[in-house]
Design a protein around this ligand. Structure first.
Ligand SMILES: [Zn+2]
Length: 201
């Protein structure tokens, strides 16, 4: 149900960033990907987008993908169906308004969901996107080395990797991603959006 990787014979992976946009860290991520000539995917929170619309526009203008990550970042399994729908659709509208494109992928906050969430997302034709490097736990700030090592262990054709560019101090994440992107580029990996990876499958 949760898509953590997209099997492909091509040397391509999708790196994703949750909980932004953030005025300090999102531009640093954009810089890293611009230098590497790669694309990233940002699962943005509606509330944050409302606070930083200019960053949303910049992310979209530079060709990265913006996915739906709800409006207020709740645990969806604890909400009613109507509340879930509001969370998803408010965010959808805002992404469309700011990025000029409707989001086509979804990641539930805390990767938390129940059968009702699954049905709802299926009805809305949203694939639910997870990741292979959950052990990296960049949100816990476990150290640059830890984030880097656990993430590179999860690298193969079609991997989806999760990081965070929002909430709290993300400087460890930025350093680890800088190292990872540099290594992946040397190894010939193409850094693509989740939708691009889905299309290559
Ligand atoms: Zn999140």
């Amino acid at each position: 149900m949760m898509i953590n990787e997209i099997p492909t014979s091509q040397r391509a992976i999708a790196i994703t960033f949750d909980d932004g946009p953030n005025p300090v860290y999102t531009p640093q991520v954009l810089e890293i990907f611009s230098e590497a000539k790669g694309k990233a995917t940002f699962f943005m929170i509606g509330e944050q987008m409302r606070n930083h619309p200019e960053i949303v526009k910049q992310v979209a203008a530079e060709g990265h993908e913006i996915g739906n990550h709800t409006f207020t970042h709740p645990k969806l399994s604890q909400l009613s169906k109507a509340e879930c729908l509001t969370e998803i659709e408010q965010t959808e509208k805002l992404i469309e308004e700011l990025a000029g494109q409707k989001p086509v992928i979804f990641r539930p906050p805390y990767l938390d969901y129940n059968q009702e969430t699954v049905t709802l997302l299926q009805n809305k034709e949203y694939p639910m996107i997870g990741a292979l490097n959950l052990e990296a736990q960049d949100w816990e700030q476990p150290g640059v080395e830890h984030i880097f090592e656990k993430s590179r262990e999860a690298v193969k054709n079609g991997s989806i990797l999760i990081f965070h560019d929002g909430y709290g101090d993300r400087s460890q994440t930025i350093e680890a991603v800088r190292m990872l992107v540099s290594e992946l580029t040397l190894q010939g990996y193409k850094l693509v959006t989740v939708s691009e990876l889905l299309a290559r499958a």
